[in-house]
Design a protein around this ligand. Structure first.
Ligand code: G4P
Length: 534
């Protein structure tokens, strides 16, 4: 192997690329900040992004939208820690951006699930979790906020197992919570780390580490807690699943950690265990086989497009995950879907609030490339003499639908261009009536805020006024086997509507979820799917 290949292999081996998922407010931002602090990527916690960005109302969002701060749609942050090069994929907190989050998960090799210890598994976590399960990626759980009153840890684990359908293996175990939070016990090192509540607003706690068998345990955590801990250890060692890394790697078993991101308690231990348990970038599937990350030729796929960073120029940034080899600024690559060779210029990487131009990057890294409007989500880029396609990114089921009509029909061209571009970015999905063309379109979105964003952007960027008429449908299914069934003759229910996407793939819309089952019963040959392929 040449020296250059050796260096590339070393760089790729160091990469760890993961996404943090959580229900809003569980502590994702706080945990990310702490991670970045360990990597020295930022000097002060609190600068990752405007927290409020995740919680703002529609009107605020429009303001932010105008400025297009990184806050709403930042994509990835990179930092070095303990010999690893870590890429954290940021996932928007606001549930209206969840489709972006789903897609971001496609670029990750593993996920960290943050759960609020007082609330347990919440709605948004369930949805995001489904995507991780679909991809069989490892899921690590951080149960947060143990410095506050929290639910019984056994109950929390049961809930994760029942609601999410994944087994758990606690790596550490909390001793008390809230005002009487004593610390955590590491089941593998058999050490206790004590928690001492922060004084005077200090954001980091003082902690000490000592052996669970040492003579002072009673005085350090109190006799009662010590007894409870002994019982817990016995129970856990006897009853919980073993930490089988094979099961962790396929997403069947989640290692669980307890801690408090705000007080920085348990965060470093988590990071250390996590980095040891995760793998470097894995192979990625293409339509004809797998691509090994260590092969020297560059390849990547686009998982997110961020529009109008600068409104005046209507430019876009396409974010891509590098899947193999080394990227060098200015290199020529084959844009497979576009059928063209292109030069990748102005590559960017994000670090907290700064953007920097990258000269080189490796498999596992995320880069943003200036996009003159040629990329779509799911596109493959590979060495200029190659031509393969990574498996498409699933199109996630929209949950809200509206018919969109133009006010001024003379502006047809701008209207079509606008909705198409916004759809390419993945903010909306567009459909047509089953038996007609683009005279009228139906828009589907994951979060209702996107309807307002659509109206706003069509007005401001494309000078087109539209009227949205909300439709009552909530469930969408792609017909998986249109070659085998005549979609026009499907035995439907009264609340079913046939539509098609822009590639003429047939879909069905339903108002009630039970109708889906009924239609499947009535049409035995029909196969329906909740996900489409971009
Ligand atoms: P998110 O990104 O998942 O939406 O959550 P974020 O980190 O923004 O945290 C949500 C709120 O929970 C924040 O409080 C944050 O300070 C608090 N928090 C996060 N981790 C912990 C923890 O370990 N313990 C406790 N007690 N609180 C925690 P906020 O008041 O909404 O925001 P701020 O005013 O502190 O910025």
């Amino acid at each position: 192997m040449s020296q250059i290949d050796n260096q590339m292999t070393e760089e790729i081996k160091k990469r760890r690329t993961f996404a943090i998922i959580s229900h809003p407010d569980a502590g994702k931002t706080t945990l990310t900040e702490k991670f970045l602090l360990y990597g020295g990527a930022i000097n002060l916690a609190g600068t990752v992004k405007g927290r409020k960005a995740a919680k703002h109302a529609v009107s605020d969002w429009m303001e932010i939208e105008k400025e297009r701060g990184i806050s709403v749609t930042s994509s990835a942050m990179q930092f070095n820690y303990d010999g690893f090069c870590i890429n954290i994929l940021d996932t928007p907190g606001h549930q209206d951006f969840s489709e972006d989050t789903y897609r971001t998960l496609m670029a990750a090799d593993s996920a960290v699930m943050v759960i609020d210890g007082s609330k347990g598994v919440e709605a948004q976590t369930i949805k995001l979790f489904k995507v991780c399960v679909m991809r069989h990626i490892p899921i690590f759980t951080f149960i947060n906020k143990f410095d506050r009153e929290a639910r019984d840890p056994y109950e929390l684990l049961d809930e994760i197992e029942e609601v999410l359908g994944i087994r758990t293996c606690p790596v550490n175990w909390p001793i008390g919570c809230g005002k009487s939070f004593k610390g955590v016990y590491d089941r593998f090192s058999k050490k206790i780390t004590t928690f001492t509540a922060a004084m005077g607003g200090a954001k980091e706690v003082d902690s000490q580490e000592f052996d669970v068998d040492c003579a002072d345990v009673d005085s350090l955590i109190g006799q009662d807690y010590h007894q409870q801990l002994r019982d817990d250890i016995e129970l856990l060692d006897g009853a919980s699943d073993e930490l089988d890394m094979e099961r962790v790697r396929i997403g069947d078993l989640s290692p669980v950690f307890f801690g408090s991101a705000l007080t920085n308690f348990g965060v470093e231990t988590f990071l250390e265990h996590f980095l040891k348990m995760t793998t470097p970038p894995l192979s990625r599937k293409t339509l004809d086989g797998k691509i090994d990350p260590f092969r020297p030729d560059f390849s990547a796929f686009v998982f997110k497009i961020q529009a109008n960073m600068n409104k005046a120029h209507r430019d876009r940034i396409a974010f891509m995950r590098i899947c193999s080899g080394k990227f060098e600024a200015g290199m020529e690559v084959n844009h497979v879907q576009g059928g063209k060779k292109i030069r990748l210029t102005q590559p960017q990487q994000l670090m907290a609030q700064d953007r920097k131009i990258v000269e080189e990057a490796y498999a596992g890294d995320i880069i943003g490339i200036f996009d003159p409007g040629i990329f779509a989500i799911g596109d493959t880029l590979c060495a200029s003499n190659e031509k393969f396609q990574f498996e498409g990114i699933p199109t996630f089921a929209p949950e809200h639908f509206a018919r969109v009509r133009q006010v001024d029909t003379m502006k047809r061209k701008q209207f079509i261009k606008g909705v198409n571009q916004i759809a390419q970015e993945g903010a909306i999905q567009i459909f047509q009536e089953f038996n007609s063309g683009m005279e009228e379109i139906i828009v589907g979105v994951v979060g209702v805020l996107q309807f307002e964003v659509l109206t706003y952007r069509l007005r401001n960027e494309y000078n087109v006024e539209v009227i949205l008429e909300k439709l009552p449908f909530e469930h969408i299914r792609w017909v998986e086997n249109p070659g085998e069934v005549d979609v026009a003759r499907i035995q439907g229910t009264s609340d079913m509507k046939r539509i098609k996407d822009l590639k003429n793939n047939p879909l069905l819309l339903f108002i009630n979820s039970w109708s889906v089952g009924m239609v499947l019963d009535r049409n035995p040959a029909l196969k329906l799917s909740e996900f489409g392929r971009a």
